[in-house]
Design a protein around this ligand. Structure first.
Ligand code: SF4
Ligand code: SF4
Length: 266
């Protein structure tokens, strides 16, 4: 069995069944790319994006990537340098996941995996001077139904790109006073952190399996109310929510979004 197959078998043994190899974005070595599916049905009231309901994925993804990196180092007698990334690199993760044969890019600009749809986090390891054979990219495209565009609150989805300043997800995370246009986009979005609309309507996301990753099925927090945040100092907020993907922004942005919605009776 070649190292490529051993690597994928190892990933499977730790619960990751979406692992691929892409050419390295640095031009040297390769990139090992993994998907971390996170979909799960949530029956209770929710005002946080699906990705933010579970414990912070950055920590979870990083811990898996470090295990994979250690496995590769062991197999190669520490013969290369590696760097793990999850939302913290200059390289475009969706492009790498596509190049690693893990999915296609939809008109909603998300990577779409054939089984898990677009509810996947992407993590990868750039392995300088480790030359593993890259996987083949998947052929085809998304269904092209344009439901994502019709559902988009800000009209942010353009031909093959997203106009970020009209994206409700970006606006929920933006600091400071919002413009009237930003406020009106925010009002259409039922969430106070993130936006799921262009993924919820996508046919590729219907009937997908629940996340196989145990860490994403525990300690769920789907809803935040003003009463949860108002009594907290900044420090208390960070301490209480330090394991949540929204905590880096601080409580003021969340409170602003909640207040705007309350003022508008939403
Ligand atoms: S996340 Fe929401 S606002 Fe942003 S592109 Fe998708 S549907 Fe539009
Ligand atoms: S909603 Fe339709 S057009 Fe948009 S990404 Fe999904 S399949 Fe493609």
């Amino acid at each position: 069995m070649g190292l490529e197959e051993q690597l994928k078998a190892f990933c499977k043994s730790i619960g990751l069944d979406c692992c691929g190899i892409a050419p390295s974005p640095t031009g040297t070595g390769c990139a090992v790319v993994c998907l971390f599916p996170y979909y799960q049905p949530i029956e209770t009231q929710r005002n946080l994006s699906r990705y933010a309901v579970m414990p912070d994925y950055h920590m979870v993804v990083r811990s898996y990537l470090l295990r994979i990196s250690a496995f590769l180092q062991e197999q190669t007698a520490n013969d290369f340098s590696s760097q793990v990334y999850c939302d913290n690199s200059p390289y475009q993760d969706r492009g790498l996941a596509y190049a690693a044969g893990l999915g296609i890019i939809g008109q909603n600009t998300c990577l779409i995996h054939p089984v898990y749809g677009s509810y996947v986090f992407i993590g990868y390891i750039v392995c300088e001077s480790l030359d593993l054979a890259p996987d083949k990219t998947l052929s085809g495209s998304c269904l092209g139904c344009k439901k994502c565009r019709a559902a988009c609150y800000g009209g942010a989805l353009q031909e093959e790109c997203i106009q970020v300043d009209r994206c409700a997800s970006y606006i929920t995370q933006k600091k400071g006073i919002l413009t009237k246009t930003e406020q009106s986009i925010l009002m259409k979005n039922p969430l106070i952190w993130g936006c799921d609309a262009c993924q919820e309507v996508c046919p590729h996301n219907q009937s997908i399996p629940i996340t196989p990753i145990l860490e994403f099925r525990q300690s769920l927090l789907p809803f935040l109310a003003q009463e949860d945040l108002l009594p907290l100092s900044g420090r208390e907020f960070r301490r209480r929510y330090q394991q949540r993907a929204f905590s880096w922004r601080g409580k003021d942005v969340l409170l602003r979004n909640l207040t705007l919605k309350e003022q508008n009776g939403i």
